[in-house]
Design a protein around this ligand. Structure first.
Ligand SMILES: Nc1ncnc2c1ncn2[C@@H]1O[C@H](COP(=O)(O)OP(=O)(O)OP(=O)(O)O)[C@@H](O)[C@H]1O
Ligand SMILES: [Mg+2]
Length: 173
């Protein structure tokens, strides 16, 4: 089991990047009122056919060619955590369309790992220039959205002049 759920989400998100996704959406719903935590990772990557998905879920297998043992850990560990914490785990996938991994758990379950550093997970995934990473976070009181591509577009464009200025500023500091 990962110490923090954000690390498991990072692993699942890396699968989406490996699958060539251009959009990767992570949904986190944390409800104290209903005592549940829902985590979902959805991508528009290459997907898997039914037979592959069944094999992967049955054997926790990896399609990574360089693995000595054909054991993949990302999906298996999230499933183990959900089931241990009173929740459920589902993967839906369509070849050529994408994959959705959904895990739930009891928020107050004693074995539930902390969410951890979700921001670091998003930042790490969003470092890949070809993917728009979206985070939708909701709890009983508030909702929060983040789109990495929007953040990139809204970044002030750095002209040679501003670059020079910021270099001067950092030298002066
Ligand atoms: N989002 C996805 N899109 C397409 N295929 C996927 C996706 N997620 C998982 N897979 C397939 O399922 C396999 C198992 O994934 P899992 O994360 O459990 O292990 P892994 O990525 O192979 O290895 P590890 O995560 O331990 O480095 C992958 O090798 C890949 O073939
Ligand atoms: Mg993986």
């Amino acid at each position: 089991m990962f110490d923090e759920l954000s690390l498991n989400l990072l692993d699942i998100g890396m699968n989406s990047l490996a699958a060539g996704a251009s959009v990767l959406r992570i949904v986190v719903i944390e409800s104290h009122r209903r005592d549940w935590l829902i985590l979902q990772v959805r991508d528009n990557g290459c997907g898997m056919d039914d037979a592959t998905l069944q094999r992967i879920l049955a054997e926790n297998s990896s399609t990574k060619a360089n693995r000595k043992k054909s054991i993949g850990l990302g999906l298996a560990l999230l499933r183990q955590t959900s089931e241990m914490c009173g929740g459920t785990f589902h993967v839906r996938s369509t070849p050529g369309k994408g994959t959705t991994v959904t895990a739930s758990m009891r928020l107050t379950h004693i074995d539930r790992p902390p969410l951890g550093d979700l921001t670091a997970t998003i930042e790490t995934l969003a470092a890949s220039p070809t993917v728009d990473v979206q985070l939708h976070y909701r709890n009983d009181n508030q909702t929060f959205h983040f789109h990495s591509q929007e953040a990139k577009h809204h970044e002030p464009s750095r002209t040679p002049k501003t670059k020079r200025k910021s270099a001067e500023a950092s030298r002066a500091a």
